[in-house]
Ligand binder design. Structure first.
Ligand code: UDP
Ligand code: MG
Length: 315
């Protein structure tokens, strides 16, 4: 195996979107990790996802002083998952570490992942022992993880995100997944390989604001659900069957009543109105769910690239 050679190469891939406030600390702490672990040939690949602040310039300057830091600039903001895909596609290492820029994922955990990798792990997932998000963000994340693992055919460890390490075999496998709606933890579960975990405490964002809006996170959650489960479609079928059966039984009941001549008073308007509204609602939900899948099919057949590179990778 390649990673049993004396000096394995590890690339750290980090998507960057308007992270200027946090970059100096990120670069310093990464450099410290690199320098304290000379047994590994390190490099970092930062993917600028169309930042509107000075992030790209700052990274470029840093890279001209320390060639271990390379930069890819995307032509606009394509989103976290696309930036991550760009990084994975261009990372040169025998193993690749994926992490957020905001130091919620502490770089000091990387050597532990590398140790597990050198012991034979092909996928190392970093599991959050605790998380710092609060309020609706946290609630949403908990609900999502609970739901996802119930319905997905490829369960993900609750409390894992993108932070982790992939051996070259797993990186190549991830790069072969062409889907536009990417959900990293699900894809990582899908590719398989020898998987282990490390545990860490999720940190507060070191500086700046979260760059993923609630809307983006919700969309990401939808990509997870619709990308890895047919349950929403199946639920529709079940709902249809249930309502259909109920309707049939009810109809039969009225016919029999009529036949044996127990006269029925005309049933109420309220009942009818409620039934019509209920069925109308169910049908619209059904159309919506179909639409979610259809829109994704449409996005796939367009075969647009996941991202466009403006410049890079520098080195
Ligand atoms: N990010 C990105 N493109 C975007 C939004 C975010 O590359 O459009 C990066 C961001 O710079 C950070 C990572 O994705 O490195 C996670 O973003 P953030 O911390 O804002 O999200 P959260 O912590 O809520 O998942
Ligand atoms: Mg964050």
């Amino acid at each position: 195996m390649a990673h049993s050679t004396s000096q394995p190469a590890v690339t750290v891939v980090i998507p960057i979107f308007n992270e200027e406030p946090v970059l100096p600390e990120l670069l310093a702490r990464l450099t410290a990790v690199f320098d304290q672990n000379p047994g590994v040939k390190w490099d970092a690949l930062l993917v600028d996802d169309g930042s509107r602040d000075g992030s790209a310039a700052l990274i470029r300057t840093h890279g001209s002083r320390d060639p271990r830091f390379a930069l890819i600039e995307l032509s606009r903001n394509f989103g976290f998952q696309a930036a991550l895909a760009a990084g994975l596609a261009h990372a040169g290492g025998t193993a690749v570490v994926t992490m957020d820029a905001d130091l919620q994922d502490p770089p000091e955990c990387i050597p532990e992942m590398v140790a597990q990798w050198r012991d034979g792990a092909e996928v190392v997932r970093a599991v959050r022992r605790s998380r710092q998000e609060t309020g609706s963000r946290r609630f949403g994340m908990n609900v999502f993880h609970g739901l996802f693992n119930r319905i997905s055919d490829y369960p993900i460890e609750a409390n894992t995100g993108t932070f982790g390490l992939l051996d070259r075999v797993a990186v190549d496998a991830m790069n072969r997944l062409p889907e536009r709606h990417r959900f990293f933890p699900g894809m990582r579960s899908w590719v398989g390989f020898a998987t282990t975990e490390i545990y860490y405490d999720r940190q507060q964002r070191a500086a700046g604001q979260p760059q993923q809006s609630m809307k983006r996170l919700a969309r990401y959650a939808f990509d997870g659900v619709f990308g890895f489960s047919y349950l929403p479609l199946r639920l529709l079928t079940y709902t249809g069957l249930t309502i259909g059966t109920a309707g049939f039984v009810l109809g039969l009941y009225y016919v029999i009543k009529r036949l044996i001549n127990i006269e029925t008073a005309p049933t109420g308007f309220t009942t009818l109105a409620a039934l019509v509204l209920f069925l109308g609602g169910v049908q619209f939900i059904g159309i919506g769910v179909l639409g979610e899948y259809l829109a994704r099919v449409y996005d796939e057949v367009k075969e647009r690239p996941l991202y466009l590179i403006k410049r890079g990778p520098t080195r």
